[in-house]
Design a protein around this ligand. Structure first.
Ligand code: KE4
Length: 428
């Protein structure tokens, strides 16, 4: 595989950006490689600056559910650009997208558009704190909710220790307000809530944990979150930035039949442009300025270009034929990857939730952060490189979900499964 141009560009980028990238996961460090610079993307394919083509299962970390440069999205964007790119004033497109989101997510009575998933989660937490008048937050080990200060926290040694920051730059006193618990441990959660519930403003969770691969909630775990938070007047926040429109059309909340108080969305609702949203119960959202006292704002929030990409994407997702088609592709890939690993004699665990998936290089069932960590990351790194060399672009980390899109066809999947068999054999 030729990488001369990518290498030269990466050298320049390293002088300009920390680590040569504008978001750490892009740097390929977890797989011991160097990022490829992308020239263009179309359908299921990425094309790099050295002329290599890849079947893409990263899909910009989830948003490109229709595939890259979907004709309807591109056409609408071209038209929208002619009308100006940002007004800093309300526009009708915000209403259109918000109505569509409400149709998919009936738990969202009122919402606020923002420009990223990080903004959505940090703003939802502020709303919850303002609403309850409490400061503490519960999150779960391995869940990522963007890079806001109080969320860059993992558990200490004990299951219920108060948080220590994961990153320098996050004040210890601030991190102390975040209590971290193991995902899927209903007993630990119940105990924490019975002890501290009245001090907890909100519980935030990735209902299927995509930021340690693809970890399913155990039967009843999400119900326990709902029951205990209701009991103590704590706001339950589903971070569906990744799971939204992925686990099902209506996200994990539809798939598992749980109604959260607030929901955070991002990725798919922007169709590849910078959009996030948070929303839910009207009484909580009415705390947000200018209706209420909790301040949250954004220069580019709800801008017409981003709204257009979101609207066109959701229009396609609304069609009856769309989800069955993506699901079928996903199933075909899931069966193929599982078979390929088994035939090659490599112990793996495969999980899928709707159109997100992960193959773990472990023989242990993955149910939380600790079991995810049993995966052999060095072996994953070698597998990743073998796939890349064969034209398959996976997320450059064992602990990221993969995604399929409407644009992935049978030929893509067959080629991917063939490549996976050879890659599994090579890393046996
Ligand atoms: P952004 O601020 O990156 O738009 O969204 C933050 C976020 C919030 N919640 C969940 C569940 C998320 O998965 C994310 C972002 N996901 C990562 C990848 N796992 C984005 C990729 C990146 O950081 O570059």
């Amino acid at each position: 595989m030729r990488t001369t141009t990518s290498k030269a560009l990466f050298k320049q980028a390293q002088g300009l950006f920390p680590g040569g990238v504008n978001s750490p996961v892009r740097a390929f460090r977890a797989v011991g490689g160097m990022p490829l610079f992308i020239e263009k993307a179309k359908g299921s394919r990425l094309y790099d600056v050295d002329g290599n083509a890849f079947v893409d299962y990263v899909l910009s970390w989830g948003p490109m559910i229709l595939g890259h440069a979907h004709p309807a999205v591109v056409k609408a964007l071209k038209r929208a650009v002619d009308k100006g790119t940002s007004y800093g004033a309300p526009c009708p497109l915000e209403i259109e997208l918000a109505r569509m989101i409400k149709d998919f997510y009936p738990s969202i009575e009122k919402m606020r558009m923002v420009s990223s998933g990080t903004e959505a989660t940090m703003s939802a937490i502020r709303a919850a704190r303002g609403f309850t008048g409490r400061d503490m937050v519960i999150k779960f080990e391995g869940c990522y909710h963007g890079h806001a200060d109080g969320l860059l926290v993992k558990a200490g040694s004990g299951a219920t220790t108060f948080g220590v920051p994961d990153s320098p730059g996050v004040p210890k006193d601030y991190a102390k307000l975040t209590l971290t618990l193991p995902f899927n441990d209903a007993d630990a959660f119940r105990a924490a809530m019975r002890r501290d519930g009245k001090r907890i403003a909100c519980v935030i969770v990735e209902p299927v944990v995509g930021n340690i691969g693809c970890v399913m909630p155990a039967l009843g775990f999400l119900d326990t979150l709902r029951a205990e938070t209701s009991r103590s007047g704590t706001v339950l926040i589903f971070d569906e930035v990744m799971t939204g429109f992925r686990v099902s059309r209506g996200g994990a909340q539809e798939a598992f039949g749980i109604t959260p108080d607030l929901t955070c969305l991002g990725k798919v609702i922007g169709g590849g442009l910078p959009v996030g949203a948070y929303g839910g119960r009207a009484d909580i959202m009415e705390m947000i300025a200018p209706e209420g006292p909790v301040y949250q704002a954004g220069t580019l929030s709800g801008n017409p270009i981003a709204m257009t990409a979101g609207i066109e994407t959701l229009k396609v997702l609304k069609k009856k034929s769309t989800y069955p088609a993506i699901e079928k592709t996903m199933q075909h890939l899931a069966e193929g990857l599982k078979d390929a690993a088994a035939k090659a004699g490599v112990a793996t665990k495969f999980y899928r939730a709707g159109t997100m998936f992960c193959t773990y290089f472990t023989g242990v069932e993955v149910t939380d952060y600790a079991t995810a960590k049993t995966a052999d990351t060095a072996r994953f790194g070698r597998f990743f490189m073998k796939m890349l060399e064969q034209g398959v672009y996976l997320a450059p980390s064992q602990f990221e979900a993969g995604f399929v899109s409407l644009a992935h066809g049978k030929a893509d999947i067959d080629a991917t499964v063939g490549a996976a068999y050879r890659a599994f054999r090579a890393v046996r």
